[in-house]
Design a protein around this ligand. Structure first.
Ligand code: ADP
Ligand code: TPW
Ligand code: MG
Length: 580
């Protein structure tokens, strides 16, 4: 005792560190506190030791769900979500989520254990042999492998920077089994670690670009702003709101940008979407791509004569990626930078006295909104038997209104499209859904991550098909006792439950077991399961779930004839030109 450096005097064993420890220390040093994982060779001890060292290690039943959890944790927190898997099959199971993170611009790191390089490269048939790095590379924003313990610090730092800086994305980090067991002097090892300074540096837009955009806006007669999930991710909520309110320009939120300003805001044009898109003359995109979700900026949606034609709009696009502009149509004023800096610069450029858009534009939008809102209110007021999407979602709408901090997870086809249009969101980053790919399977992974990362109540509205992709994670939700209320919109199948096999042999490909009781799955693991056939039963069950914060699954029995093929995107189904 009394020594200034007691560790020098301690036993040889305590002076040594290893690969496992350095990975854990590097993550902790960078403020990462949660790992979404599934254990096995060679990472079982990594999960154990990470937990022992105070990291939260959430163990899943399938890597895809751990991966989706990590991806959405990245979206919600701006810190890379970490998914940890075993080699070959575990890695491949996680890959879907890695690609999803890259596609959706979410920061995520997939860390997979891998087999021995020497054996893999000679294709000698190692346990779970696969050239993972090569497979991950085209699906990731960046992919790295670490071979030496003293490179772990650099490997993790590079992965974090790649995931978070510029346009965020999925990063793959390959850690071979041998790396974990490598011994290294503890002091030396510590010196190799890097605490990443400013992982997502601000990117300030060029003044000329800001001026060009401001000029276009000032001269617009029918301006429109479109907010995308990039705007939600950026956490520039106050500036975005100030910009919209000061300019008075009507706006449309993309699905995951709902709630950035309350959907009930007077400038929200969601209820007049099909009117404002073709009619607008200047459209400003904030963190939204002109991909399929916006009909590529072309065609009838935008007032053009045919599918390939452009509408007459001029576009301003705020995006952190300098490559995004002109992806589909001409962008007249690209503003490249982070959304916070860009919106702040535009606010400054426009000054306090920026003129409001012409009254006839605002009035026309308001007229359309009133008509459509009244129509919707009429539909929502009905209470048919059996329950349909509208009468069930009318309940969810009330519940979210009363609990605006709850996070809404949503997937399915009709279950998705109806929820998006019926359920208003009131706060930023409260709606998380199928994203850019319209992917099924994000549901339960998103629920776990949303509950863990935000501590808020989570409400999931799931198509019965959609739920099936990740349903086994109900056990995970029960195991960690998370405040998740799942509503399965059970219409006996994909889109509808009414298809028939014309030969009479099998059930149709879109149809499931009739009258299935998904609530029993929740009961199997100790959560609450409720079967709800009426809006009143659904309301009571949801209120109780929120009051108790206990894992709950409500099987909402929905009219099996109520949905439409592919929900709102029926037209994307290929069909050969009909003979005249
Ligand atoms: P949506 O599906 O909601 O329309 P997209 O995923 O198509 O949104 O678009 C998101 C866009 O936001 C991407 O082009 C991405 O580069 C951009 N983005 C993400 N984060 C930022 C940020 N912090 N600053 C600026 N742009 C961002
Ligand atoms: C990974 C294709 C899109 S929507 C859907 C499927 C299978 C399910 C729709 O049925 P659900 O909703 O969930 O019951 P509802 O309310 O209309 O009945 N595989 C993946 N992603 C997608 N998008 C599909 C398949 C699909
Ligand atoms: Mg269904």
């Amino acid at each position: 005792m009394g020594s200034a450096e007691p560790q020098v005097a301690s036993s040889a064993a305590t002076q040594l560190s290893d690969g496992f420890q350095l990975v854990i220390d590097a993550l902790k040093l960078n403020g990462i506190d949660t790992i979404y994982a599934l254990p096995g060779i060679p990472i079982t001890d990594l999960t154990r030791r990470a937990q022992a060292d105070g990291l939260r290690v959430l163990s899943f039943r399938h890597e895809q769900n751990a991966g989706y959890a990590a991806s959405i944790a990245g979206f919600l927190t701006q810190k890379p979500g970490i998914c940890l898997t075993v080699s070959a099959p575990g890695f491949l199971n996680g890959l879907n989520a890695l690609a999803h993170a890259t596609t959706n611009c979410f920061p995520m790191i997939l860390i997979s254990g891998s087999s021995e390089r020497e054996i893999v490269d000679l294709q000698q048939g190692d346990y779970e042999e696969l050239d993972q790095l090569a497979i991950a590379r085209p699906l990731a924003k960046a992919a790295y492998r670490v071979l030496h313990a003293d490179d772990i610090g650099v490997g993790i730092a590079r992965a974090i920077r790649a995931a978070c800086s510029g346009r965020p994305g999925g990063v793959y980090l390959d850690l071979p089994a041998k790396l974990f067991a490598q011994s290294i002097d503890a002091e030396l090892g510590k010196k190799t670690l890097i605490k990443v300074v400013d992982p997502a540096p601000k990117q300030i837009p060029a003044p000329e670009a800001v001026k060009r955009a401001a000029e276009l806006l000032k001269n617009a007669k029918k301006p429109l702003i479109i907010l995308g999930k990039g705007a939600a991710y950026a956490q520039a909520d106050a500036d975005i709101r100030a910009f919209i309110e000061r300019t008075g320009i009507p706006y449309l939120p993309m699905s995951m940008a709902k709630g950035l300003l309350p959907d009930t805001h007077e400038q929200c044009a969601s209820a007049a979407r099909s009117f404002v898109l073709p009619a607008a003359d200047v459209v400003m995109l904030i963190g939204a791509r002109l991909n399929w979700l916006l009909s590529h900026g072309k065609g009838k949606t935008w007032g053009a004569k045919s599918a390939k034609d452009w509408g007459g709009q001029k576009f301003i696009q705020i995006d952190i990626s300098p490559q995004e502009a002109d992806s589909n149509v001409r962008i007249d004023a690209p503003v490249v930078g982070d959304i916070g800096s860009c919106v702040a610069a535009l606010l400054k450029e426009l000054g306090a006295g920026s003129p409001k858009p012409p009254a006839d534009w605002l009035n026309a939008i308001n007229d359309k909104k009133s008509t459509n809102v009244a129509k919707m209110a009429e539909t929502l007021a009905k209470s048919p038997t059996p329950m349909n999407f509208h009468s069930a979602l009318n309940v969810v709408r009330d519940i979210i209104k009363a609990n605006p901090d709850a996070i809404l997870v949503n997937e399915g086809a009709n279950a998705l499209d109806f929820t998006r249009s019926i359920v208003d969101m009131y706060k930023p980053r409260k709606r998380i859904d199928v994203g850019t790919w319209g992917i099924m399977g994000v549901g339960m992974g998103y629920c776990v991550a949303a509950a863990v990362a935000t501590k808020q109540q989570v409400i999931a509205v799931e198509g019965d098909s959609a739920f099936g992709f990740s349903g086994m994670e109900v056990e995970t939700i029960c195991r960690y006792n998370l405040p998740v209320c799942i509503v399965v919109m059970n219409n006996n199948g994909v889109y509808k439950g009414t298809d028939k096999d014309p030969t009479g042999r099998d059930p149709a490909p879109t149809v499931f077991v009739k009258g299935a009781r998904y609530d029993k799955i929740m009961e199997a693991f100790g959560g609450f399961g409720i079967n709800a056939s009426t809006p009143a039963e659904l309301r009571k069950a949801m209120e109780e779930a929120i009051r108790s914060r206990k894992p709950t699954l409500i099987n909402a029995v929905i009219d099996e004839t109520a949905g439409t093929e592919s929900g709102r995107i029926t037209s994307l189904n290929p069909s050969a030109a009909k003979k005249k």
